[in-house]
Each structure stands twice: as C-alpha cells, then as structure tokens.
Ligand binder design. Structure first.
Ligand SMILES: N[C@@H](CCC(=O)N[C@@H](CS)C(=O)NCC(=O)O)C(=O)O
Length: 160
C-alpha cells in the first residue's frame, strides 16, 4: 500500500497528511477529541494504558502468527486482565474519568473477548468496566461497524 508510511495498517489520512503507527494515530484522534487528559497524571496514565492496549494486541498477534492460541487464551490474556483489575479505581475508570486510556482498554478487551470469551471471568470489576463502556451512546456506531467487519483474530474452535 503506497500511502502507508511504513507499509502497514492502520493509517489515518486527515488534514492533507498521512499518519501511520497506531499509537501516533490514537494520540492524534484523542487530542482532537480532547481525550488526552489535562494533568500530568492523566496524560501519563493514558499513555501507559495505550501501551497496555498494544501488549494485549501483541498477545493476540503472537497467537495468530504462531498458532499458539492456548497460551494467549489461558495465560497471557487472563494475566493482563488481572493487572487491569488491580488498576481500576472505585469509580470504574483507570484515570478518574473516561479518557483515551479507557477507550484503548475497552478496544483491547473487545478484540480479546472474541478470542477468549472467558477472559473476564476472574475479574468482576474489569467486566463491569467493559459492560458499562459498551453501552456508551458515543460508541454504538463504531461497535456496529466493527460487528460488520471480518474477525481478524480467529482461533480454531477447539482452543476457544
Ligand atoms: N507498529 C505498527 C504495527 C502495525 C501492524 O502490525 N499492522 C499489520 C496489520 S494489523 C500490517 O499492516 N501488516 C502487514 C505488513 O506488515 O505488511 C502499529 O502499531 O501500527
């Protein structure tokens, strides 16, 4: 794909230039949507959670390329869920309010749950975060679009 700066997806074409690399795209969209946060702490935690999204995505990507879905489903994804459970605050967010990090963690969970539907069985607060976020009106168009797309991470039935 000739438009992609590093030959990869995703890419964002906006305001006359092309942006590659998912973290740059997430930050760009979050800045335009005022979701980066204001304090140093909000910014820092948001960046941490974006990287956590990447770790979950990488676990799925490794499973897809090696075929070792069992490791992802039984070990890697529940391990990340347990870390996230510990980071949740009493108000059900990670930073105190819904910002880019919360959006990224929701996206990671949404992808991962297609592969590992039991991933949140041991993390009730993270499940509540996921379910509550899923009902946000602002997300419904994106969720409907995602549901119409071909699933990218598809484990063989037996390893689900
Ligand atoms: N570091 C890149 C990695 C993106 C990536 O791995 N993209 C995959 C699709 S999910 C791709 O375009 N693969 C095709 C290729 O590398 O030729 C990012 O975070 O955006």
């Amino acid at each position: 794909m000739k438009e992609a700066p590093f030959g990869q997806l995703p890419l964002l074409m906006c305001d006359g230039y092309v942006l590659g690399q998912s973290i740059a795209i997430v930050n760009s969209v979050a800045r335009r949507g005022h979701l980066l946060g204001e304090s140093d702490k909000e910014l820092d935690l948001g960046q941490m959670l974006i990287q956590e999204y990447n770790d979950i995505y990488d676990a799925l990507g490794r499973a897809k390329s090696t075929g070792n879905w069992v490791d992802a489903i039984e070990l890697q994804l529940p391990k990340q869920a347990a870390y996230l459970e510990r980071l949740l605050l009493h108000n059900g967010t990670f930073t105190g309010r819904f910002l880019v990090g919360e959006a990224c963690i929701f996206a990671a969970l949404h992808l991962a749950l297609d592969v590992a539907p039991k991933m949140l069985d041991q993390t009730p607060n993270l499940r509540r975060f996921y379910e509550a976020t899923k009902t946000l009106p602002q997300l419904q168009a994106a969720l409907a679009h995602y549901a119409s797309c071909r699933q990218y991470f598809v484990p063989p039935q037996s390893s689900k």
